[in-house]
Design a protein around this ligand. Structure first.
Ligand code: AMP
Length: 465
């Protein structure tokens, strides 16, 4: 869960990267960084916090140059350490190499052991640092062979942008787990995790990178190459990007996220209608689009039963007993006038631990809802992700050891139904077999790390719990 951006040939490349990161904020709120190059020197600024807090006018002005890469970071608490903020920058033979990465590698143990055996010293606990070590070792021939050599050694999920001198390189792994798209801005090019970043900077969307594709940008020149591993791996794009993670105004995996979510909602309505309900409502914001699709499919009114407060910021008030549900209510407040005495269908995009859903339902009940029928626009999440989505351990995933009836009891709803796996895959524009849906089935398309590994990444430590 991270956002990446690359900007080539722009007089204010770092400012463009900064604006693009704003649009990618939802992919990581913990920290942000930008590295830029002006033909002579490399500049870098990295800070904890959201994009707006991580940079100020002075730091942006100091990021000189016409090429830049940027990163917005999501991480679990254990690794929220300034050292682990990206881009990761290293010098090799007087040349700077910076990298910004989204996804989790899966063969890190093997790579760390090999590299450390050869004398490598690691400055961070980020798998992204591995890329740089492999790069400087694989250096031979031209830049594209050099990159391809290094990248053919890594396994797992990576959409990644490099800044090597003035050259920007963008790569999507051969499975295509994470999105990465290409746009044009004036004479240069932009690489971004999601197309919503291109919209914000008025860049023109060209296309998504293909799984296994490597794009080399040098000034106004663009070359496209393929990794030697392309085509050997099954394409397994992360379906959870469509369900929850990506922004609805983005186009990813050949489809528009808003439309996908509406289709998921419509399919859910076909599979699990509710008779005699007064209206459909979403748990905002993540359930909004599926709720719309659900309501339109059945011709039932869509109401807004809860209002989201957009001004929460970080709250450090420790709730006392009488403010027990402060955390829940500060974010979403129910509208009693809408809910009182009503039979309501509540649509949510997914249930992970079940704890947030349980509090939301309690709040709706206390506001007077008479019957609550919950509908979820994806199947039960039973298995953790090793490819970059930060799901908790299997033990904490409520659907891993609870039946749907038990979850309904825990959340305290009158009924609970999930979208079927087939229904979910059927509404995707790309064929179902080009997605990774291991979180629903536990069938991992790429070998996951051993639970004995000393080198598990932050996002993979749930394996041991
Ligand atoms: P809960 O009822 O506690 O499982 O929370 C459900 C809400 O959290 C839904 O809106 C989910 O989409 C959202 N969510 C999505 N991804 C995650 C995640 N990786 N960890 C925690 N919650 C998530």
């Amino acid at each position: 869960m991270c956002g990446i951006i690359g900007v080539s040939k722009h007089d204010e490349a770092a400012k463009v990267a900064f604006m693009g990161l704003y649009a990618l904020q939802h992919r990581g709120e913990e920290a942000a960084g930008i590295a830029s190059f002006d033909g002579k020197d490399i500049y870098i600024t990295k800070n904890q916090g959201q994009v707006a807090d991580a940079f100020d006018e002075r730091s942006l002005a100091s990021l000189k140059g016409y090429a830049a890469i940027g990163h917005s970071r999501y991480s679990t608490t254990g690794s929220s350490n300034i050292k682990n903020v990206q881009p990761f920058l290293a010098m090799h033979k007087g040349k700077p190499i910076a990298v910004a990465h989204n996804g989790n590698l899966t063969n890190t143990e093997e790579l760390y052991l090999k590299l450390e055996e050869e004398g490598a010293i690691f400055q961070t606990t980020m798998d992204s640092e591995i890329f740089v070590h492999l790069l400087v070792r694989a250096k031979n021939g031209n830049l594209k062979d050099w990159m391809a050599n290094a990248l053919s050694q890594v396994e797992g999920a990576y959409s990644v942008v490099f800044l090597v001198g003035e050259t920007i390189i963008g790569v999507r792994d051969p499975h295509g787990f994470r999105p990465l798209c290409l746009g044009k801005l004036n004479d240069g090019y932009i690489l971004a995790s999601e197309s919503c970043a291109l919209d914000l900077i008025n860049a023109q969307f060209i296309r998504e990178l293909e799984p296994g594709e490597m794009v080399v940008l040098q000034g106004d020149k663009l070359e496209s190459h393929f990794l030697p591993t392309k085509g050997k791996a099954r394409i397994t794009q992360c379906i959870f990007e469509n369900i929850y993670f990506a922004r609805p105004d983005s186009n990813i995996f050949g489809d528009n996220v808003y439309e996908v979510r509406k289709r998921l909602g419509a399919q859910l309505a076909k599979e699990h209608p509710v008779k005699g309900a007064d209206f459909v409502m979403a748990i905002p914001d993540s359930g909004n689009y599926a709720a719309l699709g659900y309501a339109q499919e059945l011709g039932i009114p869509l109401e807004v039963g809860m209002i989201r407060n957009h001004y929460i910021g970080r709250t450090f008030i420790q709730p006392s007993q009488f403010m027990r549900d402060f955390r829940v209510r500060v974010k979403l407040n129910p509208i009693s006038a809408v809910l009182k005495g009503k039979k309501v269908i509540v649509v949510e995009d997914s249930i992970v631990r079940g704890t947030t859903s349980r509090s939301r339902i309690e709040v709706l009940r206390s506001a007077g809802a008479k019957e609550i029928h919950m509908r979820i626009s994806c199947p039960p999440i039973k298995s953790p992700c090793f490819y970059g989505i930060d799901f908790p351990s299997k033990k904490e995933l409520i659907a891993s050891d609870h039946s749907v009836a038990q979850i309904a009891e825990f959340i305290k709803v009158d009924s609970l139904e999930y979208l079927s796996l087939k229904g979910m895959l059927d509404v995707m524009k790309s064929p179902g077999n080009t997605f990774c849906y291991a979180c629903f089935t536990g069938e991992y398309p790429v070998k996951i790390p051993s639970n004995q590994s000393k080198y598990l990444l932050e996002g993979q430590k749930h394996i041991n719990k």
